[in-house]
Design a protein around this ligand. Structure first.
Ligand SMILES: NC(=O)c1ccc[n+]([C@@H]2O[C@H](COP(=O)([O-])OP(=O)(O)OC[C@H]3O[C@@H](n4cnc5c(N)ncnc54)[C@H](OP(=O)(O)O)[C@@H]3O)[C@@H](O)[C@H]2O)c1
Length: 291
């Protein structure tokens, strides 16, 4: 099967590499074109613009940073819309808000193309090992056609109905994750400041009912101030912001998520946006001991 792939950041690079390694022919494009080189070394072809990739491939996947990037790649000059037409499918796996996804859907379908949103749960390592959870919604026929690719990229894919539902599900998941990361950071800090060894806290947590892969995976690195980015903090803050907007629309009070968003904003203001989202832990270290 041949696919196009737009966006070779942390996730897009791992996902497109995975498709290549599993026998797909892949044509890649990235805004910073030099990032295509590693994929080309593994057999990918390059498209010089998104439009060129769409022209070449029947199905194209995108994995872009945020709503502005997702819209720009579709609507701007040399974008997806210039070449999309009947018989071609576009699958956006970026995390965006439902409104952005609906706008892209309208643009693609108005030209006769098929559209599927398919954001993912899982980070860099699951992307590398094909263990993502895929949250698809939109064109059912395109979903069925994409299953061979989804089977390589993920351990499970869901079809959630109309466009917007995939985006909503993804925002709910990341809203919970962002709040958990803040509670975890506060717990590690409280353990340390009150005279406990935070490593003991990690062991205790891991044996109880709130054990989870995130605490287990990120905790030891956080205690070593290692925030090598798997999920960049600026994207987690974007997801909290978009989830809070979804809460506004639905009159759902979310005081915990709102406070977490403020902590991620604080971390961004400290220059930590490109670090892993666990770097929100650093916002607590600037606090002084009370006398
Ligand atoms: N990392 C994770 O753990 C994870 C997990 C699940 C979902 N996600 C979501 O997946 C998406 C990608 O995440 P990532 O971690 O791979 O991010 P990333 O490493 O920051 O990569 C972002 C990608 O978007 C491109 N881009 C940004 N602005 C653009 C624009 N205006 N026009 C065209 N391309 C643009 C970047 O191109 P350049 O290389 O030129 O900058 C890059 O290819 C995000 O929506 C994120 O929320 C991430």
């Amino acid at each position: 099967m041949e696919v196009g792939f737009l966006g070779l950041g942390i996730m897009g690079k791992a996902m497109s590499m995975n498709l290549l390694k599993n026998g797909f022919k892949v044509t890649v494009w990235n805004r910073t074109l030099s990032k295509c080189n590693e994929l080309v070394a593994h057999g990918a072809s390059i498209g010089k613009t998104p439009a060129e990739v769409i022209n070449k491939c029947k199905v194209t996947i995108a994995m872009l940073s945020d709503p502005a990037a997702a819209l720009s790649v579709v609507l701007d000059k040399d974008g997806v819309l210039e070449q999309i037409c009947g018989g071609k499918g576009y699958i956006d796996m970026s995390t965006v808000d439902p409104e952005t996804s609906c706008k892209i859907n309208e643009a693609i379908t108005s030209k006769g193309g098929q559209f599927l949103e398919a954001p993912v749960s899982g980070s860099k390592q699951p992307a590398e090992t094909g263990q993502l959870v895929i949250l698809a919604a939109g064109d059912k026929a395109l979903y069925e056609a994409a299953i061979p690719a989804f089977d390589i990229l993920g351990k499970k894919s869901f079809f959630l109905g109309q466009v917007g539902n995939g985006a909503k599900m993804k925002l709910v998941v990341n809203m919970i994750m962002g709040s958990m990361m803040n509670a975890f950071s506060e717990g590690l800090t409280l353990a340390d400041r009150s005279g406990l060894n935070p490593r003991d806290l990690l062991d205790v947590l891991d044996l109880g009912a709130i054990a989870n892969p995130m605490f287990k995976g990120k905790g030891p690195a956080m205690l070593q101030n290692n925030y090598s980015p798997a999920f960049p903090l600026k994207h987690q803050q974007k997801d909290m912001r978009l989830a809070l907007a979804l809460g506004d629309e639905n009159s759902v009070p979310m005081p915990v998520a709102a406070a977490s968003n403020e902590a991620f904003k604080k971390a961004r203001s400290m220059g930590l946006g490109d670090m892993d989202f666990s770097a929100v832990f650093e916002t607590l270290k600037v606090l002084k001991h009370s006398s």
